[in-house]
Design a protein around this ligand. Structure first.
Ligand code: ADP
Ligand code: ZN
Length: 613
């Protein structure tokens, strides 16, 4: 006899294999699926790329009734529905982008029980018409995606999410599953309370993303450094470049295009149509680089983003982790690269100092920035430090971040710190003047600039006492003192000022260990230059041309059908096909990512491409 649980397990596995074409569940997907299929509530915390979607999509197929998926990502609903349709799942969405006829069609399908999943924006659930519609249908499950949007402290707060606690009251018998990739403890707790999911079972995955290589490099000429990264390590790859301002987004995109890289801009200053068009192209075409402010990215589930580069310092570790997490959802090697320099620290400290909001708010911003700076300046494994920040302590060194690959030297910077701090002290106390970092460094180096002559700063006792360090090293000293709060920036000009902690260094009660500034930019990944696009790098040479032909076939097919390339097949699937070179449909069906529907639709096409090879 088969017990009901076994039966459901069988159903779930069968759906995983036949519909999605995957062999096995990943991590705790299976447990979540079983729990939800059996009618339990769940709160699922998994990093980006962890495989959250299947946690509700499979219960949606196994349970009776329609699964209603609440998602804030209106612009992506079409793609989500396309991806499900491609594997033969009946899905639809209702949102403000539709015309009435389309809406009526989806509503009718919902009422007739002809949908497995229905995507809705949270604001729709605040309207009486939608609620009335839902009342008339049969709902098997509520999935609340991007559940961190309910957090009032997070940067993605959506007031309509607060309303979602009513689902439980109106449909007490329908299980709910909330999902997010936001990792902090505080947000988790807030989600559980606000969505009334306190009795739900919590599933918390490790937030490690082992396939992402974390690198934080000293900023020199950021655009050129970026270009070198793209040319040396990611030619032809899709990626995202984050910049702080709209102006630098525009300039960086132009620079890349002028240098032969297919790049598009995205920021809130562009009109909605351009933004939507650029996002569409990024999702649909292979190998585009999106240069964007952080306005871009939430819910972008393009699996083959091979790198995320930051040209400016993110404001928090949470933001950094979320943004870099958009790389490598498909589990293939990817790069998270950040260029960081003195000017970033000055600028961000200044922004906080002049920001509106009360003291508590500014303290909160400063604490977030401090954690980000600590990550930049660490001589430890970046991944270990990141995971510790998210509450996963005791992680061993990863061997896949810059500090593991090229351990930075540290040095005793106490004397250098004293020289710099005492320059700031003398300017302030003896002359009642404040200056920025550049001028203070000039004084230490004994430079004869107009500004020094004009103010008679050559008579300061610290003038010329710093010739033992290079200018770049002095900038490193200033940056690290700012990062550690041993120095502050003030006012609109970002002038330097002492802090309470400075006195400890000046009074020799505190030593300062610093990260050594490298002589010249580290040249890519040490000992392992890539020189080829990541996706083909570790393919057998014979498989590379086959993979390229499969990609070309996929691009043409995607264009013909008006869907993103990854909706046809993921890179990982094409790689496996190129490597294993199946010769029959039966063999092809054993490749991960080839489910029944795709086999029927594309099987002959693939075998045709392989036969030509
Ligand atoms: P998330 O929503 O957590 O960021 P997704 O649900 O988009 O992640 O899944 C990330 C990628 O992993 C997708 O490309 C998905 O198809 C793939 N994936 C998910 N679960 C499995 C599995 N059990 N086996 C193979 N691939 C999987
Ligand atoms: Zn490491």
């Amino acid at each position: 006899m088969v017990s009901p649980t076994d039966q459901r397990t069988d159903d779930a596995l069968r759906v995983l294999r036949r519909v999605f074409g995957y062999d096995a569940f990943r991590g705790f997907q299976h447990e979540v699926v079983e729990h939800v299929v059996a009618g339990g509530d769940a709160l699922v915390l998994m990093p980006t790329g962890g495989g959250k979607s299947l946690c509700y999509q499979i219960p949606a197929l196994v349970r009776d009734g329609v699964a209603v998926v609440v998602s804030p990502l209106i612009a992506l609903m079409q793609d989500q529905v396309d991806a499900l349709t491609a594997v033969g799942v009946r899905a639809g969405f209702l949102n403000s982008t539709q015309d009435l006829a389309e809406r009526r069609r989806v509503e009718a399908a919902f009422l007739a029980g002809e949908l497995d999943l229905l995507y809705l924006a949270p604001e729709a659930l605040a309207t009486r018409a939608t609620l009335a519609l839902l009342e008339r249908g049969r709902i098997g499950l509520f999935a609340i995606d991007e559940a961190h949007c309910v957090s009032q402290w997070g940067h993605d707060f959506r007031p309509d999410y607060l309303n979602l606690s009513m689902l439980h009251e109106r449909w007490p018998g329908v299980p709910r599953i909330a999902l997010t990739a936001t990792a902090t403890q505080a947000t988790r707790a807030e989600i559980a309370t606000r969505l009334k999911l306190t009795d739900a079972r919590h599933f918390v995955a490790s937030f490690d993303r082992p396939n992402i290589q974390y690198r934080i490099v000293p900023k020199r000429e950021p655009r050129k450094q970026l270009l070198a990264l793209l040319r040396d390590e990611h030619p032809g790859d899709a990626g995202i470049v984050y910049c702080l301002s709209r102006a630098s987004v525009e300039k960086t995109a132009e620079f890349l295009v002028a240098n032969g890289i297919a790049a598009l801009p995205y920021h809130a200053g562009l009109d909605a149509a351009t933004r939507a068009a650029n996002q569409q192209r990024f999702l649909r075409e292979d190998g585009l680089v999106m240069v964007a402010t952080i306005a871009f990215g939430m819910g972008i589930d393009k699996p083959d983003v091979r790198f995320v580069a930051h040209l400016d310092l993110p404001k928090s570790v949470e933001g950094y982790y979320q943004e870099t997490g958009r790389a490598g959802r498909d589990g293939l090697p990817s790069t998270a690269w950040l260029a960081y320099g003195l000017q970033d620290v000055v600028q961000q400290r200044k922004m906080i100092e002049t920001s509106e909001g009360d003291l508590a708010h500014r303290r909160n911003l400063a604490a977030h920035l401090d954690a980000m700076l600590a990550l930049c300046e660490t001589v430890r494994c970046r991944r270990a430090q990141l995971l510790e920040y998210f509450g996963e302590g005791g992680t061993p060194n990863c061997g896949n971040c810059d500090t593991c690959l090229e351990p930075p030297e540290s040095w005793d910077g106490t004397v250098a710190a004293q020289k710099l701090l005492s320059t700031v002290y003398r300017l302030d106390r003896e002359r009642n003047q404040r200056f920025g970092a550049g001028h203070c460094v000039d004084i230490l180096l004994g430079k004869r600039t107009d500004k020094i002559d004009q103010h008679g700063h050559d008579s300061l006792s610290t003038f010329g006492i710093g010739t033992d360090l290079r200018e770049a090293e002095w900038r490193g000293v200033v940056r690290q003192l700012l990062a550690e709060g041993l120095l502050a920036v003030e006012g609109d000009y970002g002038t330097l000022a002492l802090t309470e902690a400075s006195a400890e260094v000046l009074g020799r009660r505190r030593t300062v260990t610093m990260r050594r500034e490298p002589e010249r930019p580290a040249s890519g990944r040490s000992g392992k230059p890539r020189g080829a696009a990541t996706v083909v790098a570790d393919l057998a040479p014979a498989a590379v041309p086959v993979f390229e032909r499969l990609r070309a076939w996929r691009a043409a097919t995607a264009k013909e059908q008006g869907v993103p390339a990854y909706v046809i097949f993921h890179d990982a699937t094409l790689r496996q096909i190129a490597t294993e070179a199946p010769t029959s449909l039966a063999e092809l069906s054993r490749i991960s990512g080839v489910g029944d529907n795709k086999l029927a639709k594309y099987g002959e096409g693939i075998l045709g491409v392989l036969a030509e090879s």
